[in-house]
Design a protein. Structure first.
Length: 576
């Protein structure tokens, strides 16, 4: 206690805080049961580096940043994960037979004594690091859920015993209460860590000698450190996921799909589960959908200025078809939801058929396909027409039957939304004709085709101004003269963005209105490249044009726009 008071006085002398803020921070720390330095940082009184560097100076200890240190594997092996997790410290060095461990609460003498006790075979030197640095270092060095895996190993006879328990289980548990609880805890840790990092997908992939865990964050896959011994628990982990998704844990030869409802704090999540058999066991993919953040307005998605005005005119049409195109994961469904929410009024009857329903929209009738009983998009469309809808959403046009029904629905006075997998907006015409739809039907019904991609946003925490070189402009087909008034930024890389320089995503769009001239070209079966060239001449902005605008606004980078539009803006050598 005396040490804490002396530290408080030093903070006041150093000008970090005054008496009033100290009293409030002390009250916050007591009410939430955290140490004073942590309360000061959370209250925004000072940065974590400032507070904990002052704490290190007061205790006459070194201040370190474990995430920036090259920590040897043999040092980590001398400290079990369960000890590091329980006492919240991390080994960082070994010097002359002394192991150096970083803590965030050096004023807690009981904690320091406990650490020295559990590492009794080692001489120990204590250094100071911020709580966030220690947390990141533990995950990097030991892997997600390492303490849980170690506990399972210590309580089980062997890894093989764990696997056999899973193989023999036929009910809803893994055969052993302690083991079952530990596997549940480990799987929950995987889910929680993925949600906290903003991942959209979890990939659990078994190979002959390892179990690889990857998270997709902002569209890019990142490897996640896991304990080496996790490979032996793979069947038990898969069984736990299957139980949560109401799948058959005894069936290991066929693909299975399911859904998990989860929550973290006040946020609700839907986890779409897909399990596939492989020679080394079942591989699992989980798509994470945030139920509270799925709904976004068109403005939040990235529609601005003339693009927003043009798209809103499409939505005022009483009938016809609007297609959103792009690869999987490009945000097509989110854009359609934003459009439906704008049309969701008392005078409009709206029905959707989706696979699966990603977000519940209040006031809209939504259905989900069920292929196992023959309830697909085309059969659902026939039933939807009997319910007198004004607006219809078809999750995806995959075949001729669905395309024909969607087009005929738009011909009979309905506004139809759907998606297609094509590279650009003009490609929708080619895709529909390839399915067997007559060009005159396409021309009669299409209002617009919209292509979109998601580009990563520059991290706000580490963004900095910079001057692009001539090669950057050339890649996007621009010149420095085109950039008058632009503010170019890039991310240095920081802890908030996992040192990538990017955090979050925004959409870029290419909108092709079906004017009379475009309809005539469709009827003449003109190639999509010619349709696209003519649309550009008529004023259509391409995906790369939209991306250029985001670059000029300081929202993203040249490299990111090039990454997502590499194929979309390539023309074949077709004479116009």
């Amino acid at each position: 206690m005396a040490g804490e008071i002396a530290f408080e006085r030093q903070l006041i002398r150093d000008g970090v805080l005054d008496e009033a803020r100290l009293a409030k921070a002390r009250q916050d720390a007591a009410s939430r049961g955290v140490a004073l330095p942590e309360a000061l940082v959370q209250a925004g009184v000072a940065t974590a580096d400032t507070v904990y560097r002052s704490l290190a100076d007061f205790c006459e200890m070194r201040f370190v940043s474990p995430s920036k240190m090259d920590i040897p594997v043999d040092v980590v092996s001398k400290v079990p994960a369960r000890f590091a997790t329980h006492y919240n410290f991390v080994p960082v060095q070994e010097r002359n037979g002394t192991i150096v461990v970083a803590v965030s609460d050096p004023l807690n003498h009981q904690l320091l004594d406990d650490i020295r006790l559990v590492l009794k075979k080692q001489r120990v030197e204590i250094v100071v690091a911020t709580p966030d640095e220690i947390s990141r270092a533990k995950k990097s060095l030991y892997g997600v859920g390492a303490d849980t895996v170690e506990r399972i190993l210590s309580e089980s006879d062997s890894v093989a015993n764990v696997v056999s328990l899973d193989a023999a289980s036929a009910g809803t548990d893994l055969g052993d209460d302690n083991l079952d609880a530990s596997i549940i805890k480990f799987v929950n840790e995987l889910f929680a860590e993925a949600i906290r990092t903003g991942a959209t997908d979890i990939h659990l992939e078994p190979f002959e000698d390892q179990l690889r865990l990857r998270y997709r964050i902002d569209g890019i896959l990142h490897g996640v450190p896991t304990p080496p011994s996790i490979r032996g628990f793979h069947p038990a982990i898969v069984s736990r996921v299957k139980i949560m998704a109401n799948l058959n844990i005894a069936e290991k030869r066929l693909p299975q799909d399911g859904k998990i409802r989860a929550s973290l704090g006040e946020e609700q999540f839907d986890l779409r589960v897909s399990v596939l058999p492989t020679p080394h066991g079942e591989t699992v993919n989980l798509r994470i959908l945030n139920r509270s953040s799925m709904f976004m307005t068109l403005e939040q998605l990235g529609f601005t200025g003339k693009d927003l005005e043009l798209f809103n005119t499409f939505l005022t049409r009483p009938h016809g078809m609007i297609l959103v195109t792009g690869p999987t994961g490009s945000g097509k469904t989110t854009t359609l939801y934003a459009a439906l929410s704008k049309l969701n009024k008392l005078e409009h009857k709206i029905i959707t058929i989706e696979d699966p329903i990603e977000y519940q929209l209040k006031g809209i009738t939504q259905m989900q396909t069920a292929a196992q009983i023959g309830f697909d998009f085309s059969s659902a469309l026939r039933s939807m027409l009997r319910h007198d809808p004004d607006v219809m959403l078809v999750g995806e046009i995959r075949d001729y039957e669905t395309a024909e029904m969607a087009i005929r629905s738009s011909l009979t006075g309905h506004l139809v939304f759907s998606t297609l997998h094509t590279n650009d907006a003009a490609g929708a015409v080619t895709r529909l004709t390839d399915m067997g739809v007559e060009p005159f039907l396409i021309a009669s019904t299409m209002i617009a085709s919209l292509a979109q991609r998601l580009v990563r946003c520059i991290c706000k925490h580490c963004a900095e101004d910079y001057t692009p070189n001539a090669a950057d402009f050339a890649e996007l087909g621009r010149s420095p003269e085109d950039a008058k008034g632009a503010t170019f930024k890039r991310g240095r890389g920081c802890d908030a963005c996992r040192h990538t320089g990017y955090h979050g995503r925004i959409a870029i769009y290419e909108m092709l209105p079906f004017t009379n001239e475009i309809k005539e070209m469709t009827i003449r079966r003109e190639p999509s490249t010619r349709i696209k060239r003519r649309a550009i001449e008529l004023g259509m902005r391409t995906l790369r044009d939209s991306g250029w605008q985001r670059v000029c606004d300081g929202r993203t980078t040249f490299e990111e726009v090039m990454r997502v539009t590499a194929e979309a803006d390539v023309f074949d050598d077709v004479a116009v």
